[in-house]
Design a protein. Structure first.
Length: 340
């Protein structure tokens, strides 16, 4: 069952990458990622015991043994490593956009030759090529890691590639020693390790989409009360063209509506002497704006200077900070959100 589930998840990741290519420009790197993840998905499908048996039975139909699953699998991993090497090559400063396509074609040509040699000649050669390309990818991935959504995705993808490299080395060692490879339906740690590698690669390939969706869901949850209150006061901030169906678009629309409503409530950006200049502290500033948003007719005075996002803070982060202070004030007083 785990083999089927792994193949399904990896194919979903491949489909997500295809959708990204269809929405955005099909650059060399984006197409290479599609090829790489699709290769992993195909290898995960071949690893399903029932599929492996069906492929092995092709030999009885007169097809040569070179099409057996034990030859197709390393060939697919060669294709994965080759396509990932194209992505890694794009990350090096010495490779420009102008010559990346030519370099990619050279890498693909070498990878196709390695696949043919793996299928027709020796799987040992395929494992050697996969190992060498994985080493190149891991070195490049370590150089490109960073504390961002893209960096975390690269880290997951690189970790999966590292596991593939280790498993390729172990497969090479087994073949050199003359040991037979275990079948997918045999109890062994070998195939579960390949599944882990495939899942890490799949998650890493779509991590940016996953993280952006999670961030958008968290943002919608945090600004829900503040948005409901302000939209009830100023329904005109909701326009007909702000009908984004995706979570990311919906969160962006609601942030814009909150900022527009606060601007309208302040009188259209008129500066008030009683408001004074906003402090440098983002927390203190957000708490005052939240108190004013909760009770615009109270003693708290705020003008357009306070509503504008502080330096270095994005509109999303600023709306999130105000919403947190707004909810904290409601919890502290034990009251519910005003109707507007």
């Amino acid at each position: 069952m785990t083999f089927w589930l792994t193949a399904l998840l990896v194919w979903m990741a491949a489909g997500a990458r295809v959708g990204r290519v269809l929405v955005k420009p099909a650059t060399t790197a984006r197409v290479a990622i599609v090829v790489a993840v699709a290769s992993v998905a195909a290898a995960s499908t071949i690893a399903i015991p029932e599929v492996a048996v069906a492929v092995d039975h092709l030999r009885a139909s007169g097809i040569r043994g070179m099409w057996l699953s034990d030859r197709i699998t390393p060939a697919l991993w060669v294709l994965f490593a080759t396509a990932t090497s194209v992505v890694a090559a794009a990350a090096w400063p010495v490779v420009s956009r102008r010559n990346l396509r030519q370099i990619a074609w050279m890498i693909y040509a070498g990878g196709v030759l390695a696949m043919l040699l793996t299928l027709f000649w020796s799987t040992t050669f395929g494992w050697v090529v996969t190992l060498l390309e994985c080493v190149f990818v891991v070195i490049t991935g370590v150089r490109s890691m960073g504390w961002s959504a893209l960096g975390r995705g690269i880290a997951l993808y690189t970790t999966g590639t590292l596991v593939v490299g280790v498993l390729s080395a172990l497969s090479l060692r087994r073949e050199i020693a003359g040991a037979t490879m275990p079948k997918p339906d045999e109890p062994d740690w070998f195939w579960p390790a390949w599944q882990i590698a495939a899942l890490l690669i799949a998650v890493g390939a779509v991590w940016i989409v996953i993280e952006l969706w999670l961030r958008a869901r968290l943002l919608l949850r945090e600004i829900r009360t503040l948005h409901r209150v302000l939209v009830a006061r100023f329904p005109e901030v909701v326009t007909k063209d702000q009908t984004g169906s995706t979570t990311q678009l919906k969160s962006s629309d609601q942030v814009a509506q909150i900022m527009d409503a606060l601007f309208l409530q302040s009188g259209g950006g008129v500066e008030l002497v009683d408001a004074g200049p906003p402090p440098a502290s983002v927390t203190e500033r957000a708490e005052r704006v939240a108190r004013w948003a909760r009770n615009p007719f109270g003693e708290t005075v705020v003008d357009g200077r306070w509503i504008a996002p502080p330096p270095g803070v994005s509109p999303r982060g600023w709306a999130q900070a105000i919403a947190r202070a707004f909810d904290a004030a409601l919890e502290k007083t034990g009251t519910t959100a005003p109707k507007g």
